[in-house]
Design a protein around this ligand. Structure first.
Ligand SMILES: [Zn+2]
Length: 478
């Protein structure tokens, strides 16, 4: 038995020891994944198999700190945890914006929002998506993932339960779908389509269930013991209220439980999708799981009350309105054929996804890509900072996080905030007055990035027909 196989068996035993009954069951259900990571195909079998298929799974509105493998208190993602136990885990990932449109276009293009043009507004102007600002599409010259993979001989499929991600986010696809549907329906559609296409294929699938309104199936509502779930599907307490209000306390607790239930639901559908893929294409695929942005549950409501600068007069809930970690931090789990289990322990951002997938597949880089392969040796030394921009609501805001984990936020023209994420991961203490030198340095870096992305342009305004209008209204975007 070779060393790799011994190491792998050890890992399998460890998972079994750690998990007890439920993990035991999962182990057998997911046993193919262990084989997948243990088995190293010979060069000749690789040739026979052809290039790997690629699956990118994005969970809309999923907070980085609500995944159970990130240490969350509820068992929200047992299947993703299990997949992660055999994959590369990146715990500190940043989205380039705090809402879907600019964030996803960065995943798909390896460019900053100001460069791909999707979801961007006027620099320095107040934002109010759906009322004063129209959502914008990616610029036509930008190469997006579906087109890229198609160019290199892949069938390409794009399934989004977020209706914003229309055909302009997925040029050259063999299958495109963008409509709010449940995780179950979306998985069914994707499975049907994958069954029909030629290999190799690129599948992008974006689940939407953790996005308001929260309507998971009853079995998941029961799992987290939520009474009268309908009461918590929509948002309340977005205005100024009393923290000690018993009704608020009860609402918050149940709202978060219901949100967690949607995550657990998506997790179960990801398992179904992966088991199908295993049966269809054995171990010939690589996959990546991430989120587009997070969700706030009154984490920074006190600051927002003090600022009172959101034109909607809504504070502390949802997303699109601040640059705090609960909205812009994400995670990545990447694994499959030829990828060994490890952690990447530095800052990674969504622009690094396309260059990493391309490097694994030995495909060429697109000249304009901003990101780099985060699995490559030396990546962590080179990645200096991440840049976040283009909010949906409130004053125009930008942020940078540098490799020493200081985060600088510029909100509007005059609000400058600095957080030390190492010692204060929940961003409770603004230390800008204690470290003026770091503020100056990060402001300088920000200025450099802003000047390098200026002139990227804005994409075309999204045309909204009656059907889309209805869908966006339900999601709270209009
Ligand atoms: Zn989103």
């Amino acid at each position: 038995m070779n060393l790799r196989l011994i190491e792998c068996r050890k890992r399998s035993r460890k998972v079994l020891r750690k998990g007890g009954g439920f993990f035991h069951l999962l182990f057998y259900l997911f046993f193919p994944f262990f084989l997948l990571s243990c088995h190293k195909p010979s060069e000749s079998s690789k040739e026979k198999e052809g290039p790997s298929n690629v699956i990118v799974v994005v969970i809309d509105t999923a907070r980085y700190d609500h995944f159970s493998f990130m240490g969350y208190m509820r068992d929200t993602t047992p299947n993703i945890d299990f997949i992660a136990a055999n994959s590369v885990i990146v715990e500190r990932v940043y989205s380039h914006s705090n809402w879907t449109v600019p964030s996803v276009a960065s995943i798909l293009s390896s460019l900053y929002p100001s460069e791909h043009g999707a979801g961007v507004g006027e620099r320095g102007k107040m934002r109010w998506l759906g009322i004063k600002d129209k959502s914008r599409q990616p610029l036509e010259e930008v190469v997006l993932a579906t087109e890229y993979f198609k160019k290199y001989g892949y069938s390409s499929l794009f399934f989004s339960a977020n209706p914003y991600l229309n055909k302009n986010f997925a040029p050259a696809t063999d299958f495109h779908f963008s409509k709010r549907v449940s995780a179950r329906k979306l998985t069914d559609l994707a499975i049907d389509a994958v069954d029909k296409v030629e290999q190799p294929f690129f599948l992008y699938i974006q689940y939407m269930d953790p996005h308001h309104p929260l309507e998971p199936p009853q079995e998941f509502v029961k799992l987290f013991a939520i009474d009268d779930a309908k009461k918590y599907a929509g948002w309340r307490f977005g205005e100024i209220f009393n923290f000690a209000d018993q009704e608020f306390i009860e609402y918050k607790s149940n709202k978060i439980k219901l949100y967690d239930a949607t995550l657990r639901y998506v997790d179960s559908e990801i398992r179904r999708l992966f088991l199908f893929l295993r049966s269809k294409i054995a171990d010939n695929f690589i996959f990546l799981i991430t989120t587009d942005h997070g969700e706030e549950f009154w984490d920074h409501v006190d600051l927002q009350w003090r600022w009172k600068d959101d034109p909607r007069n809504i504070y502390g809930i949802g997303h699109g309105h601040t640059m705090f970690e609960e909205l812009v931090r994400s995670v990545i789990v990447i694994g499959g054929k030829g990828i060994n289990r490890r952690n990447v322990n530095c800052i990674v951002s969504h622009i690094d996804i396309m260059p990493t997938l391309a490097a694994i597949l030995n495909l060429p880089k697109v000249g304009r890509w901003r990101g780099a392969n985060f699995l490559e040796e030396g990546f962590c030394e080179k990645k200096e900072l991440v840049f976040i921009e283009s909010p949906a609501y409130g004053p125009d805001s930008v942020a940078v996080v540098d490799k020493s984990l200081f985060k600088f936020i510029l909100r509007g023209e005059d609000k400058r905030l600095l957080f030390n994420l190492k010692t204060d991961p929940k961003e409770k203490k603004d230390v800008s007055s204690i470290h003026p030198g770091i503020v100056d340095l990060l402001q300088e870096m920000l200025k450099e990035i802003l000047s390098s992305v200026s002139g990227g342009g804005k994409g075309k305004v999204l045309e909204i027909d009656d059907d889309l209008k209805k869908e966006l209204e339900v999601l709270g975007y209009l």
